[in-house]
Design a protein around this ligand. Sequence first.
Ligand code: CP
Length: 328
Amino acid sequence: MSVASIRGRSLLGLADLSREGVLEVLDTAETFVEVHSREVKKVPALRGRVVASLFYEESTRTRLSFETAAKRLSADVLSLAVASSSVKKGESLRDTIATIDALGIDAVVMRHAASGAAEAVARYVPHVRVINAGDGLHQHPTQGLLDAFTLRQALAERAGVSGPDSGASLFAGLNVLIVGDIRHSRVARSDVAVYTTLGARVRLAAPGTLLPPGVASWPVEVVDDLDAALTEADVVCLLRLQRERGSGTFVPGLAEFTRTHGLTVERHARLRPTAFVMHPGPMIRGVEIDSAVADAPNALVERQVANGVPVRMAVLYLTIAGLGREAG
Ligand code: CP
């Protein structure tokens, strides 16, 4: 069933979020961009609310931007350093979330290596809003939303349109090419969902071993000829090899992966002059993306990181503001 808004709901993935629901997040994020340029970078929207930050897997961008976003909305942040917590003594996810909930929280932002972990927590504490910050191979919804926000911003600037809903129609028929370790990528799954919902045409390019089982049922086209696909792309999104999930055993070697699927300087030259390059980070320069390409004028990588804050402010605001705190 399609969800028309994330207001007052947990955000576990993007597969069911309607176009209207996606645009609500992007338009709300637009209203928060300006907060960054203020001398005092704070609004009182979530004053008195408590957001827990629970990262079982490493993160730089997502954790810091969620915590920044919560603080800019005046929420209090409980940040659990999992590596030095009682998780290391064997405490279960269920007991950990029950313990944090007992301290009085409105929402939990969580990352976990297990697909479905965020959904499990949403069942354990149904009165707490759960925001999935990446679960295994499943979804990374706020990455998908900030990618769409960044691309909409770049498309709108290029088309010379402005306003809260600017650029949404520019996704219609847009040629989005996602390249790399699709198999192990929750970002790919969220990006495919959000871009197709907005009307883009999504194509995937990867070594056969790094395509997910069941990709035939995805709303995408798998391309064999990366070099040809690059000449037709409006935007190319690179994904790193997820060696922590064993991707290294799916390719003969890093140099081979770069040779067949890396965005080298030579491949970058195949792109149209108007095409954009995106990468969710962390980038492994010299493997999936050449360092010069990562820093090229058409690369949106730094904007993706910066936009993580207003987009996560929007997600926190929409999911939490207006909630009554029920007895837990
Ligand atoms: N893109 C992303 O999720 O980055 P982090 O792992 O640094 O949070």
